[in-house]
Each structure stands twice: as C-alpha cells, then as structure tokens.
Design a protein around this ligand. Structure first.
Ligand code: EPZ
Length: 422
C-alpha cells in the first residue's frame, strides 16, 4: 500500500512550476489518434491518467515515442481498432473520448465504460445524443458501448445539449471533425480545455470555430495531418497549490500558468483573505491574516470550478465564521467530508449544500482519498494540521498531480511517499 506521511504546520515558501492540464490531455491524446501521421505533443503531464492513455495506445498498435520529459510523438497510422483493450479503458472515465475519435476517423468504435464514480452517477446521455444526431448507431451491452456510423461515415448535425457537459462537448467536437458536412453545437461547455482540444484539432487541419463560446461550429474535413502542439497549463493544479499556500499561511509563486484561466479562483481566494499578485505567467499567493468566511457555488466555466470545491471547502473550515458551499455540478461531491471530520472539521452536508462551521484548526489523522480532488483537499488539511497525517488511496491523487511530493518538498513541506507491504 502507498501512503503519504505529512507533518503539518509549516508555511510553504518558494516557487512551484505547474504542469500540463490533465483534463486537456484527456481530450487531446485520443484526438491525436484521429490522424494517420505523427503528432508531437509537449507539456504532457506525467500522471497516471496519461500513462494509462499511452498503454491503451500501445495495445492499439499506435506508435508512442517519448521525446524528453513531457513530450511524446504519437503516430496512429497503423492503429488497430479490432481489439480494444477494454480492461485498460475501464480504468478511466475519459476513455469515452475514443468513441468520438474512432467513430470520426473509422465510422465505428467500441469502448468499455466505467460506472459512475465517487462524485456522482455521471451519465453519458448527452454524448449519445450528439453521436446519434451525427448518424451513429449506439449499442450498450454491459459496460461495453459500440458506436457505428450507419452510412459508414458520420454526417454533420445541429445539436442543442440539454446539459452543459465538458465530456459531451469534447466528444461531439471529435466526432464532427471528420464527419461529412457542417455541425453546430449549442449549450456547450466553455472550459479552457475544450478550447485546447479544438485548437489541437485545428493544428491537425480540422475546422472548429467558436470553442469557448456558447456555440461551436465544425466543418468536417476529409483527413487530419500531423502537427506539433503544447498542452495548456493545469489551472486546477495551480488552484490547488494556491490552497496549499493559504492553508499554511505561506508565500508561493506558482509559475507557468495562464492567469485568465484562474480568474474565478483568484477572485474567490481574494474574498477569503488571500493576497494574489498576478504577472504574465505566474501568480503569487500569501495569506497575511485570518481566512474569511465565504459563500461558494460551483458553476460551469467561467464560474468557480467544481474541481476546486473540496479544496476551498477545506480552507473555509479554518475561516472566522460559518460558510456555505453549494455543489451545483455533481450530486455527490462531498464524500470527503467524513474524512475531513477525522481531522477536526465540522461540515454538515444536506443534498448539494455544505454548511462549514469554523474550527480552530486541523489535527493529524489517518485518512483516505475517495477521489482525485478529495485527496488534494486532505493534503490541504494535512499541511495546515498540527501533527502527523497518513493519507492512503493516494493513487487517486497521482492520477492528476504530477510530481506532487517533489513539488511540495521543494517549498518546505514535510511530506514523504511510503510504500508498505500490506
Ligand atoms: C470533466 O468531467 C472533468 N473530467 C471533471 O474533472 C470535471 O469535474 C467536469 O468535467 C466538470 O468540469 C475530465 O475532463 C476528464 P461533465 P465530465 O460532463 O466531462 C452531467 C477532475 O477532478 N452529465 O461536464 O465527466 C454530469 O452528471 C474531474 O479533474 C449528464 O447529465 O463532466 C454532471 O452532473 C472530476 N449527461 C454534469 O453534467 C452527460 O451525458 C457535468 O458533467 C454528461 C454529463
């Protein structure tokens, strides 16, 4: 078993470099196998999700060539679609992007889908709605989903999503890029990683316009060609290190970011008492006084991101007065609160609303991560806590945070990664 052992109470000071965005890589990597040529992708975060993508590609006879740290050449000229590695696909939700990618390129795709996870049921009805509108026939047997273009190739469509969904938006863009004719997508997600996937596809010769706005228009093209591309920085990783700085009363300069992507996070952090200075590609975060109470509501971009909800809720446990956090995106994203309570938190959850009662501080405890951002939140608490914390199930954390131990140790955190027999 792997655990993080953390001794809290030390203000973090120094500089933290931010890696490529996990949720952008989750869309760009499957998009890379839509072209029968070589693409060079830089700023790829070396995290479990990415390593899983590369294993899936190797099992599909896609050529993957590491080119120095964080850069990979990917050549899917001879991709084998006949034997999808279901076991690997079922380990990652984002494998559903192979539906749009392979359906778009070959007119058929079979993937295995994981069920919902710790944060909610996470249906894929909007993905199916878009793909069927483009002429796909969908069959779901067990957790295997097979999509086939009834005319051998997808055709353009006008899709109005019932729910704003990052995944469905990206999947539809992938499928439409090589479809015959024009596609219009409305009520779409506007996250920076949606824009990043669209920009990557356009670098390969696709014709995607309007990503980042309410309406995305795609003119299908015949083929895609190779390209070189760099993934955008991870604004959720950056926000998480901002939370580490605030939790410990430290002084962190977080580099390699796009401040525009952090606007809602910066605004909320200033509201709770952080001092945030921004420059072209960095933010500097300190917390001179107490943490102020706040009302938080997660929203689709450009609102406050759901992927920062566990981290901000943890900080608000240390505020001077009672706070309220509403999780409007996922129906079950407060499970980590029971673990936080073992460290001294006092949070009462009713449906999607958490009432956060102020406590004097956290104390160390043995806790476990129940999902990626829940693990990050427990590290926020452990770094602020008096005493030792042992965090288990850290595999969740390592799905999305590259070199988190080294990055934290470099700014003074007392954290080690310990493998034990059991
Ligand atoms: C992406 O998940 C991210 N994952 C999530 O990040 C993130 O929390 C989420 O977007 C919201 O920003 C990746 O990008 C790999 P959605 P996704 O479809 O695409 C409902 C992290 O911690 N919905 O935007 O699965 C859904 O149930 C992870 O980095 C439908 O009803 O999220 C949810 O309530 C966690 N039908 C809401 O939409 C559908 O067909 C938003 O989900 C699809 C979604």
């Amino acid at each position: 078993m792997v655990q993080y052992h953390i001794t809290g109470g030390k203000p973090l000071r120094g500089t933290v470099p931010i890696s490529g965005f996990k949720n952008a890589a989750d869309g760009i990597l499957p998009a890379a196998i839509m072209c029968d040529g070589e693409v060079h992708i830089e700023n790829v975060p070396c995290i479990k999700d990415v390593l899983l993508w590369l294993d899936i590609f190797r099992q599909m006879d896609v050529k993957v060539t590491p080119q120095g740290s964080n850069t990979f050449a990917i050549d899917a000229t001879t991709v084998n679609t006949e034997t999808p590695p279901y076991d690997l696909m079922s380990k990652m939700r984002a494998s559903y992007y192979l539906l749009g990618a392979m359906l778009g390129r070959f007119g058929k795709s079979t993937v295995s889908l994981p069920g919902g996870c710790e944060i909610g049921e996470r249906p894929i009805d909007q993905h199916i709605k878009a793909l069927e509108a483009m002429g796909a026939e969908i069959d779901i047997t067990g957790n295997i989903i097979t999509a086939t273009a009834t005319d051998g190739k997808l055709h353009g469509a006008h899709v109005y999503f019932d729910v704003i969904s990052v995944g469905a938006t990206i999947n539809a863009i992938l499928a439409a890029a090589l479809a015959e004719g024009n596609t219009v997508l409305e009520n779409v997600a506007k996250e920076p990683h949606v824009v990043d996937v669209a920009n990557f596809l356009n670098s390969m010769g696709a014709h995607v316009r309007g990503a980042g706005t309410n309406v995305i228009k795609i003119r299908g093209v015949e083929k895609l060609h190779g390209c070189s591309y760099a993934i955008i920085p991870d604004q959720i990783e950056a926000g998480t290190y901002m939370a580490f700085a605030v939790a410990t009363g430290g002084d962190l300069t977080i580099t390699g970011v796009i401040p525009k992507h952090l606007e809602s996070i910066i605004a909320k952090f200033r509201e709770i008492g952080a001092q945030v200075e921004t420059s072209d590609d960095a933010v500097r975060v300190t917390r001179p006084g107490r943490i102020n109470r706040a009302t938080v509501r997660t929203e689709e971009y450009p609102g406050f991101p759901t992927d920062m909800q566990p981290q901000i809720t943890t900080l608000l446990c240390l505020a001077d007065r009672q706070s309220t956090v509403t999780e409007s995106i996922f129906e079950n994203r407060f499970k980590y609160v029971t673990e936080l309570a073992r460290m001294g938190a006092d949070v009462v959850v009713k449906n999607r609303v958490a009432t956060v009662y102020p406590v004097k501080g956290f104390h160390g405890a043995d806790v476990r991560a129940c999902d990626l951002r829940a693990g990050a939140a427990l590290i926020v608490a452990a770094l602020a806590a008096q005493g030792e914390t042992n965090l288990s199930e850290v595999g969740y954390v390592e799905r999305g945070y590259e070199n988190i131990i080294e990055k934290l140790q470099a700014v003074g955190a007392s954290i080690t990664r310990v493998e034990t027999a059991d």
